[in-house]
Design a protein. Structure first.
Length: 380
């Protein structure tokens, strides 16, 4: 197997576990968890925020770990903490333990992305890096797609599913050990200080986009299945199907690099923000199941995963010669927005209801259509 192909498959699988399962499976499990361990929407928002807080902490140090120890060690650490957090979730009996498990699992995604970006920068020719990075990033959707049948068909419900997710994380641990470089070989790779990164042309604009978009995305990824069941009155079986559609739609993010060559990264970015804004607005006015929920949830999934691909590619390009640091800081701001968004949406949902909360969060994505990434750093 070609070295860059093995790297792409390993990266896709690691992102599938750390993002799709250890992080975003919380949304689809939330309705069942609340039936077994009752807590309010406000508490649900605080628990969801724990995952994003952990992400912020781990992504903050991930680029330094990658530069010091190479991509392999932080990637293996990502798989390890994903397994540990998921096992804690599987045996949780109270909201506090759910928060602890989700926090530990959330550390994994912050460690995974920068280490994989560093590995791609080290092992993949420059002309193919955008394509490989966007394929790896689409692993989020792969994890979501796989998590739904595991949750639906495995006896034992969400607890057994978390155990299966943990086992898959350990498989990724072995793959990372075998296929990721032990140390960076490119002499150009260096650690940039944070204040230097902030001064890079286009970086501040990208970080504003990441933070506000993170707030908006939390509505779907932290509360999507809950909204489908409580707001639109969709039953649990159809909720699983719609969540699967949402995750499956994100797979189109593998074409982000191809689309960027045709319409530019700015055009791809506009499409992602439109998808996020329109889907939240449509969900606000949806009551009862109808066929149009399929494109609505598809836009939610595709919009977010494509947007994260834009942030990955632009962050790596702006921060040269330290791409892992650029990915780290862009994803840090995305996660910081999701922390704020999870808490804010939970509060709004509990006070003014789903329609008002969704309208506010949809408005944030509409506003972001006017704030575009710096064209100077578009991928070619």
């Amino acid at each position: 197997m070609k070295r860059d192909v093995a790297l792409g498959i390993t990266g896709f699988a690691l992102i599938a576990v750390t993002y799709g399962m250890a992080r975003f499976s919380w949304g689809i499990m939330l309705p069942d968890i609340r039936q077994e361990i009752p807590f309010t929407p406000e508490i649900a928002g605080l628990i969801a925020a724990c995952s994003y807080i952990a992400y912020c902490l781990s992504v903050f140090i991930a680029s330094s770990l990658t530069s010091r120890f190479g991509p392999r060690i932080p990637a293996m650490l990502a798989a390890t903490v994903a397994a540990a957090g998921l096992l804690i979730l599987a045996f949780s009996a109270a909201p506090l333990w759910l928060a602890i498990g989700l926090f530990i699992a959330g550390l994994s995604s912050g460690l995974a992305s920068p280490s994989l970006a560093g590995a791609v920068n080290d092992r993949v020719p420059p002309e193919r890096q955008t394509q490989v990075n966007t394929v790896i990033n689409a692993g989020t959707s792969g994890g979501i797609i796989l998590s739904v049948p595991i949750l639906f068909f495995m006896p034992g419900g969400w607890r057994v599913a978390c155990g299966v997710f943990a086992l898959l994380a350990l498989v990724c641990l072995i793959a990372a050990w075998r296929h990721l470089p032990k140390s960076a070989s490119k002499s150009t790779e260096e650690v940039l200080r944070w204040h230097i990164l902030f001064r890079k042309p286009g970086m501040f604009r990208l970080l504003v986009i990441a933070f506000v978009s993170g707030i908006a995305s939390a509505a779907w990824w932290s509360f999507g299945p809950e909204l489908l069941q409580q707001h639109t009155r969709v039953d649990s079986a159809m909720t699983n199907v719609l969540w699967l559609v949402s995750g499956g739609a994100g797979v189109i993010a593998v074409f982000t690099g191809t689309a960027a060559r045709r319409i530019g990264m700015r055009g791809v970015y506009w499409g992602s923000q439109f998808f996020m804004a329109a889907s939240l607005a449509a969900l606000a006015v949806s009551h009862g199941f109808s066929g149009w929920l399929f494109p609505v949830v598809a836009m939610s999934g595709a919009g977010y995963v494509i947007l994260s691909g834009v942030l990955l590619v632009q962050g790596a390009a702006i921060a040269q010669p330290s791409p892992a640091a650029g990915v780290s800081i862009a994803f840090l701001m995305l996660a910081a927005g999701q922390v704020a968004g999870s808490i804010l949406f939970g509060q709004l949902y509990g006070t003014i209801g789903a329609v008002g909360a969704l309208a506010v969060f949809s408005g944030l994505s509409w506003v972001m259509l006017a704030v575009t990434p710096d064209g100077k750093h578009q991928a070619s």
